[in-house]
Design a protein around this ligand. Structure first.
Ligand SMILES: [Cu+2]
Length: 660
């Protein structure tokens, strides 16, 4: 029930053996960089900064946590920090950066150059001991970064850490810093935060020389030691995200939509005009990508912003052994029903966001709703969903599913259906969903994309407010989730137990919100759930629970297709074809939110998504002549080494055209 590499890691963890060689005590201890203050001093239109590249040690898992060592940019006269210092100034500033290579090897520094359109990348080579001053005009507003490498022969046009790089990364993942250019004549928006994702690998240590051994970090830290960001209801939250890392991350915000206002690749940053901005709950940030995002917390409580790849947020990301064995031989021992569930079961790319109510007459009620003391409006509709488990469904491993109980008879505790039942709610209708945990392990269910109270958000040991947090649902127990869907659209519900095996063995389903008194015409409106069935590392893409490309029947005319993407660690390239030619479709909605009219446009019918994304499109099947229509799903495995050099699997779902 647990993937081989997890077993290996767990064995390593339980042995208590440190995964890193002892560090030289002489290395200076660096702190975590929170990117609140820029480096250097500004004199007129020039920013002067002076950095040394040094080897440091730092603690991504808190002051008493494990130490890692890496090379880092350290601002002269300041404490060392990981990642490197922030270079920030308004457009039109000349950045004048003096670099000192204190390492005994040659260095190449990238990214310290202007980003004016059409300008290429520059690099500067530093011999051991060299001092070099780089001066460049920062002409173009945007979110960028700079980095350095010690292996001069390796080609890496944009990637700080290429995925196909077999070695040479040791200590270099954190050798990166943020570079932000504000619009000319402006100052940084108050409270804006910069989150830089980097990774670390000791490739001299055979035990961790495997992709899952990469340790992913945000501003140098790993959950639960990432910074807790605090806001008040109604604040405008502004984040810049820098993915200085050779893996793509579907970044998901719980409870609220966010607006993507800019996207870049480290070289070119594109600020979206109002009409191009997208409201999403998950943004797939490509490797080396950057984005600017803004959102407004509307409900108090504890929320998460995290990478939705299980591999980047599960215990495999922890650096030091974290969990004392609780007895028992399976991994359920690691998921004890406790308020520490979230801290113990996640690691890596997870940020905690804590929202307090705005002072005033409604504050007490808002807090009571967030912490479960006030369950909210009385339900006018009740659903019952049973999480089921059956032995030996995937080889010797159990399968899991969510079964919507219709009528008074509970489904058998071992009934299986893939994917889980599509739940249908009605916009604006207060609803109670009783979740029955028929599993042998604790269960937390996340209502992905729903604008819900924190208490019901489904992160065991985290959802709630203040000291009132929800533990996961114990085996055999049940929990009543109260929610009122704010909008009609396409959403997801799935296990938030972070081991990964429950998700890939069936604990996911679509959640459709209909307009009140306007049931969908299911001959014209279709849900297409894309998930994994089997073990995460060996499972296959299943479309509506089928791995064999079972056909979809459509009548001539227009149809709404609701794609629900809930794989484990994969990306899925979706295309709508006639023969092998990509057709066109019209985009209608993303992550459950209807697109503004200006974005409901025809485009080539293909899209790449990862875990935790939905999109609705309209396709047209002409009545003219028989034709070979199909949906094509290409699975992009991550990491590639798990599947070796296998080509990306393609699943073709034929569309049978039939008159109604
Ligand atoms: Cu990720």
């Amino acid at each position: 029930m647990i993937r081989p590499f997890l077993i290996a890691l767990a064995a390593l963890a339980l042995s208590g053996r440190p995964i890193t060689p002892p560090l030289r005590a002489a290395l200076p201890l660096a702190q975590l960089e929170d990117y609140r203050r820029p480096a250097g001093t500004r004199v007129a239109d020039t920013l002067n900064a002076s950095f040394s590249i040094r080897e440091v040690r730092w603690r991504p898992e808190g002051a008493s946590g494990a130490e890692l060592s890496a090379f880092a940019f350290v601002e002269d006269g300041k404490l060392g920090k990981v990642p490197g210092p922030l270079l920030r100034a308004p457009a039109g500033t000349t950045m004048r950066v003096t670099l000192h290579n204190t390492l005994g090897v040659q260095l190449i520094v990238f990214g310290l150059h202007d980003r004016a359109a059409g300008r290429g990348m520059d690099s500067v080579t530093l011999a051991p001991g060299a001092h070099v001053t780089v001066a460049f005009l920062a002409s173009t507003a945007g979110t960028y970064y700079y980095w350095a490498r010690v292996r001069p022969t390796v080609q890496h046009p944009t990637a700080p850490v290429p995925d196909d790089w077999p070695s040479g990364e040791k200590g270099e993942g954190p050798l990166v810093g943020a570079l932000v250019v504000d619009a000319a004549g402006t100052v940084p928006p108050r409270g804006e935060r910069i989150l830089l994702i980097s990774r670390w690998l000791d490739d001299d240590d055979a035990r961790v020389h495997h992709d899952p051994a990469f340790r992913m970090m945000i501003n140098g830290a790993s959950w639960p030691h990432t910074e807790r960001l605090g806001y008040t209801v109604g604040d405008t939250v502004r984040w810049r995200i820098i993915n200085a890392n050779a893996a793509a991350h579907p970044l998901h915000l719980h409870g609220f939509y966010f607006t993507v206002t800019a996207r870049g690749d480290g070289q070119l940053d594109t600020l979206y005009a109002d009409g191009q901005q997208r409201r999403v709950v998950t943004e797939l940030l490509p490797l080396n990508g950057t984005m600017a995002m803004t959102w407004v917390p509307e409900r108090p409580g504890n929320w998460l912003f995290h990478c939705h790849l299980v591999r980047h947020m599960a215990l495999v990301q922890s650096i030091a052994p974290r969990i004392a064995p609780r007895g028992g031989s399976d991994e359920s021992a690691h998921t004890a029903s406790s308020v520490h569930h979230a801290e113990e079961n996640m690691a890596g790319l997870v940020m905690g966001v804590q929202v307090t109510p705005r002072a005033g007459a409604t504050a007490a009620r808002a807090l009571a709703l967030a912490s479960g003391r006030n369950p909210g409006a009385p339900a006018v509709r009740s659903l019952r969903v049973v999480a089921t488990q059956r032995a030996n469904v995937f080889g010797s491993s159990p399968g899991h599913s969510f079964v919507w109980q219709r009528g008074s008879v509970a489904p058998a505790r071992d009934s299986m259906q893939f994917p889980g039942s599509t739940l249908v709610l009605h916009r604006g209708e207060p609803t109670a969903i009783t979740v029955v945990n028929g599993l042998s392990s604790p269960l937390a269910v996340h209502w992905h994309g729903m604008e819900i109270e924190s208490w019901f958000d489904g992160v065991g040991g985290w959802s709630g407010a203040g000291r009132s947090v929800r533990p996961p649902i114990a085996p055999g127990d049940s929990f009543v989730v109260r929610l009122t869907a704010a909008r009609a659209g396409t959403f997801i519900y799935h296990t938030h137990d972070e081991a990964g095996s429950e998700l890939s063995t069936g604990l996911y389903g679509a959640l459709i919100v209909e307009e009140p008194n306007a049931p969908r015409d299911t001959t014209r409106d279709h849900v297409i759930v894309m998930g994994i069935l089997g073990h995460a590392a060996t499972g296959s893409l299943a479309i509506n629970g089928r791995t064999d490309g079972a056909p979809l029947t459509l009548s001539p005319g227009t149809h709404r297709l609701r794609f629900v993407s809930i794989p484990v660690d994969e990306q899925i390239r979706v295309a709508f074809l006639r023969d092998s030619t990509v057709q066109r479709w019209r985009s209608l909605a993303t992550d459950g939110a209807e697109l503004p009219a200006a974005q409901q446009v025809q485009s080539a019918a293909r899209r790449t998504v990862s875990a935790g994304q939905t999109f609705d499109v309209e396709v047209m099947i002409p009545a003219d002549a028989p034709a070979n229509y199909a949906l094509r799903f290409t699975t992009v495995w991550y990491p590639t080494d798990v599947r070796g050099a296998q080509p990306a699997p393609v699943l073709r779902v034929p569309i049978v055209v039939r008159e109604p």
